[in-house]
Design a protein around this ligand. Structure first.
Ligand SMILES: [Zn+2]
Length: 676
């Protein structure tokens, strides 16, 4: 006899999201994908643990909180709630949630290091996994990554902001000593990272040789103290990655909670930008501590917004809440999984979303369900009809073959993370059922009492196809499929159906159906799009309903506004810190090797400043000479493409491409005049 708790186990995780701001459609995408996998696995008989959470430490959070004049604890409490509310709105069925500020997590992080230090006693000098050394380098606090391991100024490769100089004594992790063991891990597990083109990137990175990494900080206060050396706090990645075990009950490897039975994870899912931390650092940290390794790292691409990477500075971030409020949760889930080829970059477009909604949900599944239910209501006395062998009118669609085929394709696709194909298989069945009805015309059969059995057979096949489509699509569109399930008079939850055991004839003839009700009302595209946009603007600029591409006042290179929470206000004393002056352009020239940059000499009264500005796509050097503009005069000097820039030129950023438009005066003002 098999007891209920002998179900096979499955454990998957999303990244632990950084709690410095609210989630956009990108973080929702990862979380929805994991929810689809979790629901699918449950429908295959697995006991599933699904972990998500919030990463609440680090200098980034410290600074975001400071800007808003609150403590970091208050900031993360506030943001964590936004995450929880969104997951609720999206119907995410996670089973475990971890915040890195929880005591249980801090204890797990410290114990993971203690286990490593304990094992270090067996390792020879120069072989110890953790050692102390002086660190000097450049670090991007916005992306939490080392820009370079030398003190020379360097810009972040991800966001383009200048890296900050860090120099202090740190605890280091001897990653270099794990190269061979990682190579062995990859060789033995050809599916360790998917998709395989990402796996190849990881392998080349490791083959090129690994550098030791600093895993502690002295300069930061907002973090987990190092065991027995509390002057240091943990570097964010060591801290954040450990949530995958602390969140399901890891204490120290000896006294763990009951849910630690789920470890090792079957899947860590994430966006492509953080694979290295998961496929290289994390397994090495675990090897050093003697803890079992996760089985698979699954990476997806980026969601682009109308073909551009979403970023707050461009004002083109799409938020999930407005879409859900206008079209429903299922619409967003369906669109993301159908439209994006998992693993590759995908495009998010409001127009495509609404087109998909009307074509596939309203006219596709929704229409089939309401047609079939209405005909059963009108022609079969409201009970599910039985089919009679040999009573099927002539048709090129011979059920149950198309249904079996859809099930087999969908299962194969779900197992391969090919969600677009899984959904496609269910929708192919919807369209076969539609064509079958057009061909066999049950409404004509209904008028002839001698054709009664034929009509019953047709409707029995159609409702059988609908049944298959609902079960196959349930992980992706959980709400509508449950509602149609109830309209079909089926008992219990559709979630309790087994996808892997889905059989033709599962709907019992004679079952009384409920009242047919539309689940996906058709939308007027223009009107729905405007409602979504208005709500998105409200999120971006609370209190206003103006179009949101708020001109960012930054063109002096690449530094967009800091990662402050939307709507944060600054005091007049903060504004007074910025010295804005009128300047007159003396000369301008292109910067070699940079299409967008111009080197501009600007007279600001008492001196002529050299400023490098990203305006070359909009202005030629010639048309700038003699022009009056506004500059930020007290910006710390920095180098762009090796050319020193001493200040920043202020410009509006216009349109989706962020075309710079210079700020100027219509009245006469002298060079050097201060703006306030
Ligand atoms: Zn950066």
């Amino acid at each position: 006899m098999i007891a209920a708790n002998d179900k096979p186990k499955f454990y998957l995780t999303t990244p632990i999201y950084y709690a410095n701001s609210r989630p956009h459609v990108g973080s929702a995408y990862t979380t929805i994908v994991c929810d689809v996998i979790a629901r699918y696995k449950r429908m295959c008989g697995y006991e599933v643990a699904y972990l998500t959470g919030t990463d609440e430490h680090g200098v980034n959070i410290e600074r975001a909180a400071e800007k808003q004049g609150i403590g970091p604890a208050e900031l993360v409490d506030r943001n964590q709630k936004i995450f929880l509310e969104l997951w609720k709105l999206l119907g995410i069925q996670y089973t475990h949630f971890i915040r890195t500020t929880e005591t249980r997590h801090a204890r797990a992080v410290q114990n993971l290091v203690r286990r490593t230090l304990y094992r270090d006693r067996e390792r020879g000098a120069g072989q110890k996994a953790i050692y102390k050394a002086k660190y000097e380098g450049r670090y991007c606090i916005y992306d939490n990554l080392y820009v370079s391991d030398s003190p020379e100024p360097a810009d972040c490769p991800t966001c383009g902001r200048p890296g900050e100089l860090v120099s202090e004594e740190n605890y280091f992790f001897r990653l270099s000593a794990f190269q061979e063991r990682l190579q062995e891990l990859y060789a033995k597990n050809p599916q360790f990272v998917v998709p395989d083109f990402r796996f190849n990137e990881v392998k080349s990175f490791v083959d090129a040789g690994l550098r030791d990494i600093s895993i502690s900080r002295k300069s930061i206060k907002w973090g987990i103290p190092w065991p027995e050396d509390p002057e240091h706090v943990f570097y964010v990645w060591y801290d954040a990655l450990t949530s995958y075990i602390s969140g399901i009950g890891f204490v120290d490897g000896e006294h763990d909670g009951p849910d630690f039975k789920f470890w090792p994870a079957d899947i860590h899912a994430m966006g492509k930008e953080i694979i290295r931390f998961h496929a290289v650092y994390w397994p090495a940290f675990l090897m050093a501590a003697g803890v079992a390794l996760p089985k698979q790292i699954v990476a997806h691409g980026w969601l682009l917004f109308e073909q551009e990477k979403m970023s707050k500075s461009k004002g083109n971030v799409a938020y999930p809440e407005p879409i859900v409020r206008v079209l429903g949760n299922d619409a967003l889930r369906y669109y993301l999984l159908r439209e994006v080829v998992f693993g590759h970059d995908g495009n998010f477009s409001r127009d495509a979303l609404l087109t998909r909604y009307n074509a596939d949900l309203a006219n596709g599944l929704g229409n089939l369900a309401s047609r079939v239910l209405t005909m059963i209501q009108n022609y079969c006395g409201g009970t599910i009809p039985a089919s009679t062998a040999g009573e099927s009118p002539e048709s090129k669609y011979l059920f149950p073959a198309p249904a079996d085929q859809a099930r087999n394709s969908a299962i194969r696709a779900y197992e391969d993370f090919n969600f677009s194909a899984a959904v496609g298989a269910a929708w192919e069945l919807v369209s076969v059922a539609d064509r079958y009805l057009v061909e066999t015309k049950p409404w004509e059969l209904a008028e002839n009492s001698e054709k009664r059995r034929s009509m019953n057979t047709v409707l029995s096949h159609a409702v059988g196809a609908l049944h298959f489509a609902l079960v196959l699509a349930h992980p992706v569109i959980p709400e509508a499929t449950q509602r149609i399930w109830e309209q079909l008079g089926q008992p219990g939850k559709i979630a309790d159906q087994r996808i892997d055991r889905l059989q033709w004839g599962g709907l019992k003839p004679g079952t009384r159906i409920g009242k047919p009700e539309g689940v996906f009302p058709r939308m007027d595209k223009k009107e729905a799009s405007e409602r979504i946009e208005t709500m998105e603007n409200e999120i971006r600029n609370p209190g206003s309903t103006q179009p949101a591409s708020a001109p960012a006042p930054a063109t002096g290179g690449a530094a967009p506004a800091a990662a402050s929470a939307p709507g944060a206000k600054i005091g007049i004393e903060d504004f007074a810190k910025i010295e804005l002056r009128v300047g007159i352009v003396k000369s301008a020239e292109k910067v070699a090797g940079a299409d967008k940059l111009l080197k501009v000499m600007v007279d600001i009264g008492e001196e002529v400043r050299q400023i490098v500005a990203g305006i070359a796509t909009a202005y030629t050097p010639e048309e700038l000479v003699g022009r009056k503009l506004v500059i930020v005069a007290n910006l710390a000097p920095r180098k762009l493409r090796g050319v020193e820039s001493n200040g920043m030129i202020v410009a509006a950023s216009v349109g989706p491409e962020g075309r710079p438009v210079l700020c100027t005066f219509t009245e006469d003002v002298p060079a050097g005049a201060k703006l306030k």
